[in-house]
Design a binder for this molecule. Sequence first.
Ligand SMILES: [Zn+2]
Length: 493
Amino acid sequence: MAVSRTTKPGTPGLLVSPNSVLANALLRSIDLLRPRVLASRPSRIEFVVGTQINGAPHLGTNLVQTAAFLLAKIARREFSIDTTVRFGALDNAPHEVILDPETHHAYQQTYFHALGKDRIGELIDGYYRAFFNSLSEATGTPYVIETYTDQQASPGFRAEFLRTLERIEDIRWWMAPSHGVVHIRVPCPECGWAEKRGDRTKLVSLDEDGATFTAVCLDHGDYEVHIDPEDDQPYLDLATLYRNLVKERALGRDGDVLHVMMKGGDWTFGCQLVDGALGALSTPPAAMPSRIFTPQVLAPTGAKLSKSLLREQGKGVLPADVEPWMLDTTAWPGDVDNYVDSLVWLVSELLTDPKHFFRSFTVKELGRLMTARPVSLPVRAHEMGIYKRYFDLIATGRKTTEIRVNDSSRRNIKVGNLIRFRCQGDEVLTRVTKVARYDSFEEMFDHEPVASVNPLATREDQLANIRQIYPPEREALGVVAIGIELVDPPRPA
Ligand SMILES: [Zn+2]
C-alpha cells in the first residue's frame, strides 16, 4: 500500500496532562514563537542549546537537545524559514576546585584549562557527535557546535561583556541578590587557575580600550589582565547567570537571525534574575531573548533528576524507577539511531499538545512512555508537506520529479534517501533517484521533463503556480529537482 493514514496527533490515550495557563493559550507548542517571528521576520531561526560536558549525558540533557532539533524541524515547516541548531558546549565547567590552605580562598580550573582544546574536542565527539549526527539526519536540521571558550573569545561577546560592566551598578543585585558581588573569573595567564568567587579579583579600570582586572594566583601571586574586544585573549570565565545575560544580550542584537534559547524547565526560576538584569539594562523588546523551556525529568521525590546529587550521595539513593540508560545514555540497549528514533518519537508525542510539552515527567512516567513506543518506529525519511493535487500524482506514480527551493533542509538530500510526503493526514513514502540543482525554476525546466513535474499542466502554467508558492527571495536560494519513485506499488488512480 503506497498511502498510509498517519495516527497523528499522538497515540490515543498515551498521555494525560492537566491544562495550564500557557497550554491554554496555545494550539500548538510552536505557536510560542509566532509573536517574535511575526515581529522580527527573521531570515533564519537558530535554536541554541547549552550543555555541560562534565560526564556522560543523561536523559534530561538529551531531551532538551532532541526538542531543539524537533522544534527546528517544526518551525521550518510552520514559518517557511530556515532553521538550525547551535550546540554550546560549556567547557568552562569547573574541572577541579582547591582551597588555598592559608587564606581558604577557593580556586578552580575549567575543563578547558585542565584538558586543552583537543581533548575537549574528543570529549564532545565522544558524548555527542554520533547523537547529533543522527538527530540532524532524523530531523533534516543542520547544526553547529560552539564551545564556551570559542564564545568568550568572540568580539561580540567581549564587547557585550564590557557594555554590561559599564552598568554593573544597575545589574549587580540581579546577578547576585544575596550579596551584590558579581563573580568574574579571569584565570591566571601562567597556570589557568582562577579565584572561584573572585574574592580578590578587582576591576581597576574601564574605558573605551577595555577593562583591566587585578587578581591573585595561588602559585603566581598578583597578576593583571586586560579584556579588550579586539583580542581573543586573556580568558574570560563568567558564572552561569552572568554568562547567560551576556550571551542573550549579544544574540539579541542580531536583527537577522532569531535565536531561541532552549532550556530545561528548571531554568524558569533562574531566568527571573536574568530578566531583571535585562530590564535594568533597558533591553529593547525586539532584543529580549526568546526562550523555550523543555520538560524536566524528575526523581520520585519531585526533585530534578540530578547526576551530581547522585554522585555525592552514592548510588544507594538511586530511585528504583531510574533505568541505567536514563543516567548514562550510552547504556541504551540499542544503537544510536534507535535511541534517537525513540527519543524523537517520545518528544513528538509530547509535542502533540502543549499540555504535554510544558510540564515535567517523573522517571517512572518516562519509563512507562518509552515502553509504550511502537515496536517498529517509522522508517527514517525526509518529510515534506505537499498540496493535495500533487500528492495524488505522486501516490499514483505519475509525478516523478519534485521541485523545492534549496534551503538548508534540502541541501542534504541524496540519491537513495527516502522522502515521506504528507497531505491532510495521508502520507506516501518515496525513494530519491536523482538530485539536480539549478539557479532558477526557468533553468530547471530547461533540463527536467515538464511532464515528470506535473503531467497535467504546461510549462508556463507550472511556472506560474510555482511562483505563487515561492516568492523571488525563496527562489534566490536556488532550486532543487528531486527525482522520486514510490517505495511501494502505486495506489490506483
Ligand atoms: Zn598562576
